[in-house]
Design a protein around this ligand. Sequence first.
Ligand code: FAD
Length: 291
Amino acid sequence: MRVTNLYKESKPVISMEFFPPRTEKASGQFDTIIDSLAELNPDYMSVTFGAGGSDRDGSYQTVKNLMIDKNIPTVAYIAGYGIGPDEIREVLDKYKEMGVETIFVIRGDKPRGDDFTPHPGSFAYASDLIAFINKNYDFTLGCAGYPEAHIEASSLDKDIEYLKLKVDNGAQYAVAQYFYDNQYFFDYVDKCRNAGVSVPIIPGIMPVYTVKLTNILSSVCGAAITDDLKAKLDNVDAGDKDAVLDLGIGFATDQCKGLLEKGVPGLHFYTMNRSKSTAQIITKLKQEKLL
Ligand SMILES: Cc1cc2nc3c(=O)[nH]c(=O)nc-3n(C[C@H](O)[C@H](O)[C@H](O)COP(=O)(O)OP(=O)(O)OC[C@H]3O[C@@H](n4cnc5c(N)ncnc54)[C@H](O)[C@@H]3O)c2cc1C
């Protein structure tokens, strides 16, 4: 499945992102999560890749589980940080052999802890890795975009220049980091278009799962917690799991409605390997005939 064909269709494309389950217990629950979300007929699912090659077998097995065992259209990710061209080829050859057609390419970040030594031949930026893959393989390639600028970027304009480089080097669509104010996304798309980036840009949706996780992720990912969301978080009992989930579902559903009204090409859900929020948001959107 080449996702760019999906984005050519007029209906919004629904995608769901997962990471490889890391423990036996999580593996046991993973199938149930996937099966319940698959009932909503997403257009594709995607599987992240641990930077530095950590858990590359876990990513491979998860892609295999989704794509081969469960017959779900699947995108495999590769993160270049720290790994050399030979290892990248090994990973990609295996995905090619499995029949994967779309690869989402990111740089990744230095794994936590000091004991990791990057391969001397590893690619400095996602754009370099995209050029390498584009030259050597026939995959459809995607890349990441950041409506509020990547956390290390000197400016949003500069970051968009590098997004353009990723596209010029072969990326055919971009998935955006999540955001809690749709206007950030709309302004970002306008700026990208003005900068000559014409590929589909897909908004990422990260429902609030817990207050703690939202705060941690936002500081790592650079997605601002808006005044509106902060007021809602301040008013919920952080220990009441269901109330927090419901808040997140309501907030994200409203966000999705606003995005769909403006005709976005798709919605990409960061599921964090949880099913309830994504399932309820999509169900609500379907009930209102927005999907
Ligand atoms: C949808 C999505 C999925 C993700 N999936 C994963 C995953 O599976 N595994 C994982 O480890 N991480 C993942 N990440 C996180 C990502 O790896 C980090 O955000 C990482 O810090 C940057 O990756 P990138 O591909 O955007 O990097 P790049 O595009 O290389 O950009 C990194 C930084 O360098 C700057 N830059 C880019 N090119 C140049 C250049 N030529 N010269 C100077 N500066 C430059 C950019 O402005 C930016 O600040 C994901 C992020 C998103 C949005």
